[in-house]
Write a protein that binds this ligand. Structure first.
Ligand code: ATP
Ligand code: MG
Length: 562
């Protein structure tokens, strides 16, 4: 088979696949799988694995399966299965008809276990979980053999069958592989294959009361599906001998396991188990909270599938563990939205401006450019009237030298509109500024002065009467530390949550064209950043999430690293 040109950058796994195709291993076939355990929503780390597995299949004319690794009945839910399918699809990948469940293979797993018993390679052990642990030994000391290790095949077959029939309580017995209690690799010290668990399974109901362990089930599942390259994360490197042992002993078709480093990101954690704590503890508003690095959270935040895939290409695939700067993820969405997002005007913290020399009943429809990066996006009309809103922070009564925006007596440009000059500052009894009285120069319509005079600032604005009220949610990092899990004093990651990670601005004003926004639409609010309409929006009050600011911090990170 010819090796197609590489779309994404190459990596050591692609090199292995290329070599295997060349040598005719697996007859040139490439078949990968993405095997999530449905015990939570997928996160950006899973996106790396999805892009890798589906990407390799696509690049080498192969196939990629979606497989629910659902061997643990107590933590798995149908809701998670559905969310996983949605997220993989959203990322742009297609498993066609190859959606599988490890639980579909429960019968096969059982037969294989019987096979191992018959070969003298597995035994029923009556040690409880604590005793199994004690007998296992440590990294420096060998383990001790279980007193049940030399049971006869007949006795093992009988006991295992009775385990399946439900004759014994949870935890009272296990089926274990008979390998080597003195192995330098603890995973090889007679690992448990089956445990007793009287629990309902989301697919098989109460059919089974014994459930296979991950290491045992995973390699057999890969084998059944004819996987060629079983790509997993680094923590399974020490489990590979076990993967190989099971398939060799069973004499089954044998895929190869290849490990790569998992993705870690700064200012967040990256594990379903920890996300469950955040969700159940009420620290975030749900799995799809826009602060969460879950795929559903990123989607709600305004990330596009292209930006996430692009991020996965950029970080690459390596064998050494590393942590990627969150600024790179933000860079990827900024770059994508810069190209595609329509520009709009919105005022987050409104300050009223009255143009005293502008007629009360007049409305100018001014032409605004939708996207300077994309001329085909065209233009739109923005209404201008006597009463406007500008951003509070764009005015200072007593400005320092470096402040070039609006101040008493100073002239600035209103984007797409006119030059205005501040004549008077109106305050309430407590001395708070409540509005500005300004004058405009009709000759500057469109934003340029025919006499060539210059202004030092261009402000965004909306018409008070025509604008709509909106809620805008600003997000900051979820954690205050770059690595919230690392702590010499042993403090929990929860204690490092950023109490200012969400700021809700309930009284923003947005230009009327934004009334057409539907959840998921992204925009650039001029001078403010990129924003995405949230599903919480109502006709009465649209809600926007700030996806990312305009400021590129990634350039700074790169400079620092050089
Ligand atoms: P978590 O700790 O979040 O539950 P997991 O590895 O237990 O992660 P699985 O559902 O078992 O989650 O993962 C499915 C696939 O995604 C596995 O092949 C796993 O190796 C891969 N994966 C999980 N987390 C990451 C990550 N951070 N980076 C890259 N791949 C990952
Ligand atoms: Mg897992």
């Amino acid at each position: 088979m010819a090796v197609p040109e590489s779309a994404a950058p190459s990596n050591f796994i692609k090199d292995i696949v290329t070599e295997d195709i060349k040598t005719g291993k697996y007859d040139g076939r490439v078949h990968t799988r993405f095997p999530p355990e449905p015990n939570g929503y997928l996160h950006i780390g899973h996106a790396k694995s999805i892009c890798l597995n589906f990407g390799i299949a696509a690049e080498f004319n192969g196939l990629c399966n979606l497989r629910m690794d659902d061997t643990n009945p107590t933590k798995e839910e149908v809701e998670y299965v559905e969310s996983i399918k949605q997220d993989v699809r959203w990322l742009g990948f297609d498993w066609q008809e190859r959606m599988y469940y490890a639980s579909n293979y429960f019968g096969r797993f059982y037969e294989c276990a019987v096979d191992l018993i018959k070969k003298g390679r597995a035994y029923v052990c009556d040690l409880g979980p604590d005793e199994v642990r004690q007998y296992r030994g440590t990294l420096t000391e060998p383990g001790k053999e279980s007193p049940y290790r030399s049971r006869s095949t007949e006795e093992n077959l009988d006991l295992f069958e009775r385990m399946r029939k439900g004759e014994f309580p949870d935890g009272s017995r296990t089926l274990r592989a008979k390998i080597d209690m003195a192995s330098g690799n603890i995973n090889m010290r007679d690992p448990v294959i089956y445990r007793i668990l009287h629990a309902e399974h989301h697919m098989t109901g109460d059919k089974w009361c014994i459930y296979p362990m991950y290491d045992y089930a995973h390699c057999i599942s890969d084998s059944i599906e004819g996987i060629t390259h079983s790509i997993c994360t680094l923590e399974f490197e020490d489990h590979r001998p076990l993967y190989d042992w099971f398939l060799n002993e069973l004499g089954m078709y044998h895929p190869q396991q290849i490990e790569f480093a998992r993705l870690n990101l700064t200012y967040t954690v990256m594990s379903k188990r920890k996300f469950i704590q955040l969700v159940e503890g009420g620290h975030v508003r749900g799995w799809d909270d826009p602060r969460m690095p879950t795929i559903s959270g990123l989607r709600r935040r305004g990330y596009t599938p292209e930006s996430v895939r692009n991020f996965c290409d950029r970080i690459g695939v390596a064998k050494a563990a590393s942590t990627v700067d969150m600024a790179l993820l933000e860079y990827c969405i900024r770059e994508d939205l810069n190209r595609r997002a329509q520009r709009m005007m919105a005022v987050l913290r409104p300050l009223k401006v009255i143009i005293t020399n502008y007629p009360e009943d007049r409305v100018d429809e001014l032409e605004a450019i939708n996207n300077p990066e994309d001329p085909s996006a065209g233009t739109r009309k923005v209404p201008f009237s006597r009463e406007l809103y500008i951003e509070q922070e764009d005015f200072m009564e007593d400005p320092p030298k470096q402040f070039f925006r609006l101040a008493p007596g100073r002239e600035v440009r209103l984007r797409y509109a006119y030059f205005i000059k501040c004549a008077e500052v109106v305050k309430d009894g407590a001395g708070n500024i409540i509005e500005l009285h300004c004058t405009y120069d009709p000759a500057t319509r469109g934003g340029d002065a025919p006499d060539g005079r210059k202004v030092k600032a261009t402000l965004h604005w909306v018409s008070a009467e025509h604008s709509l009220e909106a809620e805008v949610r600003l997000y900051d990092y979820l954690f205050t530390q770059a690595n919230p899990e690392e702590d010499e004093e042993g403090r929990d990651f929860i204690s490092k949550l950023n109490s200012k990670s969400l700021e809700v601005l309930p009284n923003c004003r947005i230009e009327p064209a934004l009334a057409a926004a539907t959840p998921g639409n992204t925009y650039q609010f001029e001078r403010l950043g990129y924003f995405c309409a949230d599903p919480d929006s109502s006709a009465r009050k649209p809600v926007f999430n700030r996806t990312v600011t305009l400021k590129d911090t990634w350039a700074k990170v790169q400079k620092r690293e050089k």
